[in-house]
Ligand binder design. Structure first.
Ligand SMILES: *Cc1c(COP(=O)(O)O)cnc(C)c1O
Length: 428
């Protein structure tokens, strides 16, 4: 299925564009690098004084370079490639996913406007919408359960300028129907933004489903190796793109650095290979967890038991590599389980080749008040995993180790006593 993806930019297939698009060998410098060099120069020589060419005429998309904040060849190669993979006409690469989100939202709203957002957004985006847009910039924000499009429609007002969605969400892997969201956005003349970080363009292309803009934290799957921070916005509307570009280059000056751009270009070459393996492994891990009697719930869109499994199959070409599950046990059991793991590293973030596990209640979602976490369903027994590309049998064996440690702790002592050895001498 994946090999039939084509994009607006080019009729070559996704896998081909991932490897080469945006950095075809350039012989003009007499070298002909097969990969894009890391262009570190902050400024570029110009041909002479020209009173007829203004700064606004600079066209980075035509490879015109004056000053690196405005346009940089390595960054531009990333922008071209991601635009091709998402099927958009324009892309802007930022210093982080967060800066891609803030610029994309800011370009869409003015003070007095209203935003409707999915209630379980990435924690940082949730806080940004509340503490920057709502509390400082006078933009009203309503958070709703967007699994039902009627909730989103009901929350819109005359002032609604933007719908902000993630699908699947973090950490519960809930989905919203992107086509239905686009219909609501059209009805109220608002824009629809979709954070596509969890799926990436290999599995889901929101622009094709009617979204106006897609953002990514390239820090996750796009770079894919947990060694670079970045973000990108992709869209086709020229005017909205100009607004976002203004914020990226001038309003905030928030651009992806050349070294990170190089890392992202390199990472993208294997995006289809990695995503396919992430999915294979995640499916195996999800099936194992679902069959385990000490797991009370598994949240993964690829499982038949996922309440939106059909929607997942309709709007995505796969189910990704992130899942979350509920251990049948308290916080002590969770601690023992996690401490015994050797392959899954306890760390926030996701989308890298290595498997990670995290505890949303104390890590990614700890800024949310406890009652808000409870409302969303983020319990103290919930764990989120980003399944890497290791051998799936090793990952399952590791989880088995976790369960054994969890059960052993229950059998030998009370929870309090089981925790005591952690404080023994020499074990700090
Ligand atoms: C990580 C993440 C972000 C923020 O990206 P940074 O690169 O950390 O700034 C935004 N949205 C989602 C869904 C993420 O996972």
């Amino acid at each position: 299925m994946s090999s039939e993806k084509s994009t607006a930019a080019d009729d070559r297939r996704f896998e081909t564009l991932s490897v080469t698009y945006g950095e075809e060998p350039d012989l003009s410098n007499g070298v002909g690098d097969v990969t894009s060099p890391i262009h570190l120069a902050s400024t570029y020589t110009v041909e002479g004084i020209d009173m007829d060419t203004a700064l606004e005429d600079l066209d980075p998309e035509a490879d015109e370079f004056l000053y690196t904040r405005l346009s940089n060849p390595t960054r531009h190669a990333v922008e071209k490639r991601i635009a091709a993979l998402e099927g958009g006409d324009h892309a802007m690469a930022f210093a982080s996913g967060t800066s891609a989100v803030v610029s994309t939202v800011m370009a869409a709203v003015e003070p007095g406007d209203h935003v409707v957002a999915f209630e379980d957004l990435y924690g940082g985006t949730n806080t940004m919408l509340k503490e920057l847009f709502r509390d400082r910039l006078n933009v009203a924000v309503d958070f709703v359960d967007a699994t039902d499009p009627e909730n989103v429609r009901a929350a819109t007002t005359e002032e609604t300028a933007l719908l902000w969605m993630e699908t699947p969400t973090n950490p519960l892997l809930r989905l919203c129907d992107i086509e239905a969201m686009a219909a609501v956005a059209d009805e109220c003349d608002a824009l629809l933004g979709v954070d596509n970080t969890f799926m990436g363009p290999y599995f889901q292309r929101p622009l094709e489903l009617g979204a106006d803009v897609v953002v990514h934290s390239t820090t996750k799957y796009i770079n894919g190796h947990s060694d670079s921070l970045g973000g990108v916005a992709v869209l086709s509307d020229d005017e909205y793109a100009r607004e976002i570009g203004f914020l990226q280059q001038v309003g905030m000056g928030n651009v992806m650095a050349p070294f990170d751009a190089y890392m992202v270009l390199r990472g993208m070459k294997t995006l289809p290979l990695r995503m396919a393996q992430h999915e294979t492994n995640a499916a195996e891990v999800a099936a194992y967890l679902e069959s385990h009697d000490r797991v009370s719930a598994v949240h993964y869109p690829g499982l038949d038991s996922h309440p939106q499994h059909d929607l997942a199959d309709d709007q995505m070409d796969g189910h990704g590599g992130v899942l979350s599950f509920e251990l049948d046990g308290g916080l002590d059991a969770v601690e023992r389980f996690v401490a015994a793991l050797e392959e899954f590293t306890l760390a926030v973030s996701l989308g890298g080749v290595e498997s990670l596990i995290e505890h949303p209640a104390s890590m990614t979602h700890s800024p949310l008040p406890a009652e808000e976490r409870a409302e969303l369903g983020i319990t103290d027994s919930l764990l989120r995993v980003s399944v890497g590309v290791e051998h799936p049998k090793d990952l399952v064996a590791d989880l088995e180790r976790g369960f054994e440690a969890m059960v052993a702790g229950e059998g030998s002592a009370t929870d309090a006593e089981a925790d005591a050895p952690e404080a023994s001498p020499g074990d700090d």
